[in-house]
Design a protein around this ligand. Structure first.
Ligand code: CUA
Length: 169
């Protein structure tokens, strides 16, 4: 088979570009420690609202200052709508949806996940800076998508919620 010289050059160039892409994807996986989810947990979307955990979403602060945040994402809000977590401690988010796919993005942080009905999305992160963060839905979920937001407040541990609790007997 006779392949024209210039055609050969472009074939090798195209192959080279593909190799560069594959190597850069591979390097990103290793360098940025990107990995597929290691945690797969399922839930019946019809039972989310009555579920023992997701039916009463909220923040639990543990003794060591770490926190677990249970969130229900639905058309078109997050429950709870205001989330208070401690600064500098691991915060584990657990989310699910009773209806359609939503997003949960904590703006200006690395906290970001899809929320898929039928599954529990979970991630753990630590916030190094105290302050107020906007949480938005970043998956188009219907007519009210643009109003679907919440507020995350990162504060020093013990949090004001914690300090207010158990003060009595
Ligand atoms: Cu929920 Cu967009």
């Amino acid at each position: 088979m006779n392949v024209d010289f210039y055609e050969k050059i472009w074939m090798w160039a195209a192959a080279g570009i593909i190799i560069v892409f594959l190597v850069s994807i591979g390097a990103t996986f290793v360098g940025q420690a990107i990995q597929p989810p290691s945690h797969v947990e399922m839930i019946d979307p019809d039972n989310v609202r009555t579920d023992a955990e997701f039916g009463q979403p909220g923040v639990t602060i543990h003794e060591d200052g770490s926190a677990t945040v249970v969130v229900q994402a639905f058309m078109f809000a997050f429950l709870p709508n205001e989330i208070r977590v401690p600064r500098g401690r691991p915060v584990t988010f657990r989310l699910t949806s009773p209806d359609v796919i939503h997003g949960f993005q904590i703006v200006q942080t690395n906290g970001n996940t899809m929320v898929v009905p039928g599954y529990v999305s979970q991630f753990t992160t630590t916030f190094s800076r105290a302050g107020e963060y906007l949480v938005v839905c970043n998956e188009y979920c219907g007519l009210g998508h643009h109003v679907m937001s919440a507020k995350l407040i990162v504060e020093e541990f013990p949090t004001s919620t914690e300090a207010g609790m158990g003060g009595g007997r």
